[in-house]
Write a protein that binds this ligand. Structure first.
Ligand SMILES: NC(=O)C1=CN([C@@H]2O[C@H](COP(=O)(O)OP(=O)(O)OC[C@H]3O[C@@H](n4cnc5c(N)ncnc54)[C@H](O)[C@@H]3O)[C@@H](O)[C@H]2O)C=CC1
Ligand SMILES: O=C(CO)COP(=O)(O)O
Length: 326
């Protein structure tokens, strides 16, 4: 199969590398110097350190060549959410497209499938999601993903492209639920990072934030048309557990640094990677409010990110809420 992956950050590179041993894969980056460096060193040091990439993986800064390469094959957009509109909107034809970004689009508040529907109503689209730190995928460490699409053919293409001995790819039809899970867990990972970073907070608080976070993620997802069961799956509970507890998570790192009293611009500059939760948090809240869905943990994260309350105050307010039925 011929596959093109657009976006050569940590995740695009790891996905391209995962498929490369079995398929003809072209990884596209908008940065010609980065393409030259990856080609010369066989590594993407900026995003994935010294980990070697498979020898057969090709890299290019020529987007037209990448699109020509995957004609009749599979196109994967693996940029941050902020790049999805640009890439889906400029495709030359109605070919199916899979995306791997997790978030709500800033400004419009849309999920990936909503952007795709707006730009390409007649084309098949799908999302690849689930608990998957890029570095572990690149190292071939066991991982399970979910490919969600209303197109069975596109979900099957995602399985053909990425399913292997070390990477299981499940399929799903509930693209709303899968996308909400992937987007909201980023915000909740910031919350658990904040909680874990506060001196007075222990493991009980982390478990409470994960569990009550899952409840608010599910409420929003169901209100948006997703199925409750999806949130107990890989893109909901699975990715929430990974990102909220795993120290490789960039969103969790943002929370830990906020609890340490660092300023958000400094945290993001130091991180050097995208933290989708930072860009999605306010949007998640807006969509929740529009639907009358209560999301107190998300609300607390937004207040801390916007510098309106300290992490300590946010936690105190969450604990000070009225008791209610679970
Ligand atoms: N890193 C991970 O372990 C995983 C990340 N994701 C998701 O994948 C998406 C991408 O994340 P990462 O690769 O980790 O981010 P990253 O911060 O490592 O790299 C992002 C890359 O995208 C490039 N980029 C940004 N805007 C672009 C545009 N408009 N066109 C082309 N390239 C553009 C940047 O130059 C950079 O090379 C995010 O939505 C993230 O939530 C999903 C699963 C795992
Ligand atoms: O989505 C991810 C793992 O599934 C990566 O999470 P972070 O963006 O927080 O690193």
């Amino acid at each position: 199969m011929k596959i093109a992956v657009l976006g050569a950050g940590a995740w695009g590179t790891a996905l391209a590398a995962a498929a490369a041993p079995r398929h003809e894969v072209l990884l596209w980056t908008r940065d010609a110097a980065q393409a030259a460096e990856i080609a010369a060193t066989g590594r993407n040091t900026r995003y994935l350190g010294d980990e070697p990439l498979p020898a057969g993986l090709r890299v290019s800064a020529d987007r037209d060549a990448a699109l020509a390469h995957c004609e009749g094959g599979l196109l994967v957009v693996a940029t941050p959410m902020a790049g999805l509109r640009e890439h889906l909107g400029s495709l030359p034809d109605e070919r199916p497209a899979l995306w791997a970004c997790k978030g709500f689009e800033s400004g419009t508040g849309l999920l990936g499938h909503e952007i795709a529907r707006e730009l390409r109503p007649g084309a098949a689209g799908g999302v690849l999601s689930g608990p998957s730190f890029a570095l572990e995928v690149l190292r071939g460490q066991p991982t399970a993903l979910v490919a969600a699409s209303e197109s069975d053919a596109l979900a099957a293409a995602a399985v053909e492209a990425f399913h292997s001995e070390s990477l299981r790819v499940y399929t799903a039809r509930d693209i709303v639920g899968v996308e909400v899970g992937g987007a909201v867990k980023n915000v909740l990972a910031i919350a658990t990072g904040i909680g874990d970073g506060l001196a007075a907070t222990g493991l009980n608080a982390r478990a409470a934030l994960v569990t009550r976070g899952l409840a608010e993620m599910t409420r929003l997802g169901v209100a948006l048309g997703g199925q409750a069961a999806t949130f107990m799956g890989l893109s909901g509970l699975g990715d929430l557990v990974l990102t909220a507890t795993g120290d490789l998570s960039r969103n969790r790192k943002v929370g830990l640094a906020l609890a340490a009293g660092k300023a958000l611009p400094d945290i993001l500059a130091e991180l050097g990677h995208v933290s989708e939760g930072v860009y999605s948090a306010a949007t998640v809240l807006q969509r929740a409010r529009a639907l009358g869905v209560e999301m107190p943990i998300t609300e607390a994260v937004v207040e801390v990110l916007e510098g309106r309350v300290s992490p300590e105050t946010a936690l105190r307010r969450l604990m000070g809420r009225q008791s209610k039925a679970e």
